[in-house]
Design a protein around this ligand. Structure first.
Ligand SMILES: *Cc1c(COP(=O)(O)O)cnc(C)c1O
Length: 361
């Protein structure tokens, strides 16, 4: 007898997220520059905290994440009561979708926006609405024009992935100000720490009631494998998300690692400085080879080739050289490759391989 068991609307529309590859058949010494991971890894203090946490693995972790929220508050000058912690910032974004959108509602994001945004929309049965960008930069007027009475959430990564571009504080404020009253602006700050002195939307969260900011430990903190993120928003929104998140969503080891990592501001500063230095070096080296990129504000560059064929041929050449970068045709950027900024030797190795590809080495 055939059953009539069916998933909720939208779920079968989801195309599975494809992560950055990490190995190449038959190649040793693979250089992975496909997932925007920190080449310096996490703070030593974070690693030591994980080792210490192993002594208490039989204990359930904290449900309120108070120690981590206090540490984040101390370091970033935010109110710990208005922080929610998730299993990566992706978890926080998904909680927002679950709590605020459903069938008949719209979730707005831009054409080269993070590929998880349509997945969050479809997973709750909401309609994803894709807005054109202006030369790989978020177009605030176009986003505002796309909003309707059904718009519940607007997801904007600033800096954006995979373009690496940003919009300024005044533009973000104009976006928040212009949204319909039932819509919330979600500023995805996964790369915010790479921008020196950037508040990632903190002031806007504090001065308005329709802005939410998400942050992650996966990028500058080098803890992608531990799955920790956080959000900062209006108290009413935090209270809603806390009702639906798992009470033990973060493991004790993850909480300990994140707390130690955020407090090690010296390591964070070093990662920011090194990234900026080698990002600029890499962008210049590629530009000289005839491979331009927009000025990146994150820990990757979006290298632009003449067309899709050249981008694919370069990707193939890099693979033969044992280097994995990210093809971004799925982000509407078929002529581009996204290259994570590695350490000095990684940047030199990928620049050399691209020079070979261009016949310049
Ligand atoms: C990497 C990334 C995230 C972070 O995801 P986690 O779940 O925190 O690992 C979020 N948004 C964007 C745009 C990213 O590139």
């Amino acid at each position: 007898m055939a059953n009539s068991i069916k998933p909720q609307p939208g779920i079968l529309d989801i195309a599975l997220y494809v992560g950055g590859a990490s190995h190449l058949d038959g190649v040793r010494n693979v250089l992975k520059l496909s997932s925007n991971e920190n080449p310096l890894g996490p703070s030593d203090a974070a690693k030591e905290a994980v080792v210490r946490a192993t002594h208490d693995l039989h204990r359930y972790p904290s449900t309120d994440h108070a120690a981590l929220r206090t540490a984040i508050g101390d370091v970033w000058g935010v109110d710990p009561a208005r922080i929610v912690c998730g299993v990566g910032s992706g978890d926080v974004l998904k909680l927002l979708a679950e709590a605020y959108a459903g069938p008949g509602d719209e979730i707005v994001f831009t054409e080269h926006g993070f590929s998880m945004y349509p997945i969050y929309a479809n997973s709750v049965g909401a309609t994803p609405v894709v807005v054109a960008e202006n030369e790989r930069v978020v177009d605030v007027d176009a986003v505002l024009a796309a909003c309707t009475t059904k718009t519940k959430l607007v997801f904007i990564a600033n800096p954006a992935n995979p373009t690496g571009t940003m919009i300024g504080t005044a533009e973000v404020a104009r976006l928040a100000e212009g949204l319909p009253s039932q819509a919330m602006l979600v500023l995805d700050g996964a790369y915010a720490e790479f921008v020196d002195g950037f508040d990632a939307g903190k002031a806007l969260v504090e001065s308005r009631d329709n802005v939410f900011m998400s942050r992650t430990f996966s990028k500058i903190y080098g803890l992608g494998g531990m799955r920790i993120g956080w959000g900062y928003g209006p108290q009413a929104v935090i209270d809603v998300l806390n009702r639906i998140r798992g009470p033990f969503n973060l493991s004790a080891a993850a909480l300990a690692a994140a707390e130690a990592a955020v407090r090690d501001t010296e390591h964070t500063e070093k990662c920011r400085t090194e990234n900026a230095r080698w990002r600029d070096w890499l962008a210049n080296a590629l530009a000289k080879l005839g491979v331009p990129s927009d000025t990146s504000t994150a820990n990757f560059i979006l290298a632009r080739f003449t067309d899709e064929a050249e981008a694919s041929a370069c990707d193939e050449h890099l693979r033969e050289a044992g280097i994995i970068v990210r093809k971004v045709a799925g982000y509407g950027l078929p002529n581009c490759l996204r290259i994570t900024v590695g350490d000095e030797s990684a940047c030199r190795r990928v620049a050399h391989a691209i020079a070979q590809f261009k016949g310049a080495a």
